[in-house]
Design a binder for this molecule. Structure first.
Ligand SMILES: [Zn+2]
Length: 136
């Protein structure tokens, strides 16, 4: 954890609540109070109805692999020891799609529509990353 050498999240006013949730191992999303749309990434207005009225909800952490890619080349030296690794677009039960890694299995086992569940990775004192592993 102390020698984490990958890029760190950039916190801003919109995503501050998201990253605070991750630190508490809660995957939080904005839900529009106007139309009920659950959105990601976080923003000040709803992309569906332009309402600024929102609440934060905690996602179940369950979803499925929408699509994925297996990286055999590290485009940042911090990822060299992870090769090959899987980057997936995970479709959450609540609707949002989130880009993350599939962990806890070989990249040969990853399939589209594969059920997955959250697996937190505590990378520094301040940050925990939401990753996903097969639901079994
Ligand atoms: Zn809305």
């Amino acid at each position: 954890m102390l020698d984490y050498n990958k890029p760190l999240p950039k916190v801003n006013a919109d995503n501050k609540e998201f990253w605070a949730g991750c630190k508490s191992h809660e995957l939080r999303f904005q839900k529009c109070k106007g139309c009920g749309h659950i959105r990601w990434p976080a923003s000040i207005i709803c992309p569906m109805c332009y309402s600024r009225d929102l609440q934060w909800i905690v996602a179940s952490g369950k979803g499925k692999v929408y699509t994925f890619a297996v990286y055999h080349v590290a485009y940042h030296r911090g990822f060299e020891n992870d090769l090959p690794y899987t980057v997936a677009d995970v479709e959450l039960e609540e609707g949002p799609h989130i880009l993350s890694n599939i962990v806890g299995c070989s990249h040969h086992e990853v399939r589209c529509d594969m059920p997955v569940v959250l697996s937190w990775e505590d990378i520094t004192e301040e940050f925990s990353l939401p990753k996903f592993r097969p639901l079994s």
